[in-house]
Design a binder for this molecule. Sequence first.
Ligand SMILES: Nc1ncnc2c1ncn2[C@@H]1O[C@H](COP(=O)(O)OP(=O)(O)OP(=O)(O)O)[C@@H](O)[C@H]1O
Length: 259
Amino acid sequence: MKKEPVNIDKQDTVISIRGLYKSFDELDVLKGMDLDLYKGENVVVLGRSGAGKSVLIKLIAGLLKPDSGTIKVAGEEVDKLNAKELQELRLKIGFLYQGSALYDSMTVKQNLEFPLVRNKPNLSRKEIDEEINEVLKHVRLEDSGNKMPSELSGGQKKRVGLARTLILRPDIMLYDEPTAGLDPVTSGDIITLINEGQKKYKTSSVIITHDLTCAKATGDRMALIQDGKFNREGSFVEVFAEGDEEARKFYDYNFIVDT
Ligand SMILES: Nc1ncnc2c1ncn2[C@@H]1O[C@H](COP(=O)(O)OP(=O)(O)OP(=O)(O)O)[C@@H](O)[C@H]1O
């Protein structure tokens, strides 16, 4: 599966990271990381376990504070925002967690309604229903609105999680291992939805994955974390084909036959 090219506006940087450092006690995780995400672009962040991928997206979402360096998201320096400003910025960011984090005691529709009503309290009943139906249709679950999460498969839960994120129309999507634990066919469905969402909702995304099929199929650009920095960046071929030893190992482990 190859990524179809999309329109990317390189004059418009939605995330700009410069000289980012983050340590936990003695452990230096990010060591001077730089990254740009352009409007309309999907950037895939790759790296070994423990390389700092989740730490990076938590820093972008303002869930962690950097030790030094700057993170600008939608023009705002995340680190400098007060609680209210951060809350407003977070409305522009959709975070798809590894676990779908649905409310088990609510139906699918209620799971979608909850964040919508909380963040957009002035919507009418009709508007709420329209929004719910629209995102459910997008993730191809229009017939499952009245189901409980326990009645859904892992892939369906992931799709509800995606719908719940998209219902707030984020400008930026942060995907944490979107295909982890899914079979190849279900992974393919999620990959399709990531790409359709990019086009339909004009999102710009950071996608963390170990799954090189997902990386190749969703990423307009790859960035590989090595020793706390993005040492290799570019197209899939640029990052892997002429790869250094470590990039090659990463690639070989994933065992893609079709390059
Ligand atoms: N809140 C925290 N406190 C202490 N250490 C942390 C914290 N968060 C992350 N770490 C450490 O930072 C390192 C990077 O973690 P991170 O979760 O970003 O890795 P990752 O690249 O996402 O790995 P994986 O692919 O396994 O999910 C790990 O060694 C982890 O133990």
